[in-house]
Design a protein around this ligand. Sequence first.
Ligand code: NDP
Ligand code: MG
Length: 392
Amino acid sequence: MKSLKKVSIFGVTGSIGQSTADLILSDFERFDVCVVSAARSVDKLAEMAISLKAEIAVIADHSLLPRLEELLVNHDIKAMGGEQGLLDAASVPVDITVAAIVGMAGLKPLMVSIENSKAVAIANKEPLVSAGALVLKAAKEAGCKILPVDSEHNAIFQVFDPENMQHIKQIVLTASGGPFREWSREKMSVATVEQAMAHPNWSMGAKISVDSASMMNKALEIIEAYYLFEIEADKINVIIHPQSVAHSMVEYADGSYLAQMGASDMRTPIAYALAWPDRMQTCGERLDITALSKLEFHAPDCERFPALSRAYEVLEKGSWACIALNAANEVAVEAFLKKKIGFLDIMKVIDFVLESCDAKEIDSLEAVILYDEACRDIASNYIQAGLKSKVG
Ligand code: NDP
Ligand code: MG
């Protein structure tokens, strides 16, 4: 008899979290759910904890713990709350943790999960952007396998041969181009939140949808790839592929391109990570290869989407600049979603923060967190001052 795979899901109420839950429920005999967590969606968390038969449910907003306890009163599920609750839950040993919190809020739970999980399936890209070297080092030391969930990195992981690293010419991240792929800068300057959220191919959480519209998502993914695959920045390239069928590819020295293809459904990469090193049947959409009339690939436009150039610039500068880029983007996207700034102002905030903060050696988790907070302060002050102030 096969033993059950014990799995924790941080960020279970989000887009990735729910897709993970779908997969687990579709093959329930294979998994044993340990932890599920959310920030504030307490009713949804309780409902998912019950249907997944989880052992522990954690609500990050501590003030909602009494409500969670009330919802779970007749169930054998332990309710926990607050940041400490998240960290305590992440310290329960499991076979695999799915890291699906959005933003840097996921960093500390991720680091604890790495210590206590045999494998961590990472969707939560922001901690990799800001602390990639530390995350990878911790995983190596703990003997924890890092499994990329982001569709591009998952695709590359499936065709990347680390034994033949010297023969890898480049990795190519595909990008749909997002909802503004053909928009002028002028049109983008008056883009609404609803327009930015309307991704043509993927259904995702609010923050990553806006990141896809600005192509900051692809910028974050360049940095994510740099750390995950320990490859030079000049071997990471981006190509626009509007159909989102080839999820990324590796070019080898002999001229072979190996790509992974599939439907635009995150359940495929999540299933790959959940089942690794095995495979599992998914309940997700499947690619109808006979219905594909064309696959287009063309070069990205870095003038209309300057985020792409910033990725290479910050990698050149060092990890402090990657932290600054990510922190400023998180603050700016939140402000855009709350309609405090315009769409193109997101990049303005990022550039202001990059110009305002000082180069610094970052070699510990504490240093990452402090630097990230300082950059967020600069970004928030700049936004509050109507994008007019000098250094905040
Ligand atoms: P969502 O916004 O849909 O979900 C985020 C999850 O994190 C929710 O469960 C949310 O809880 C929880 N959360 C939010 N803030 C906090 C916090 N401060 N502390 C603890 N938990 C928190 O995001 P997505 O699922 O879209 O994305 C998750 C991550 O995966 C992101 O880093 C994204 O870039 C990455 N990713 C997502 C893809 C996708 O298709 N969606 C594709 C590739 C990568 P609550 O519901 O209570 O707010
Ligand atoms: Mg992606």
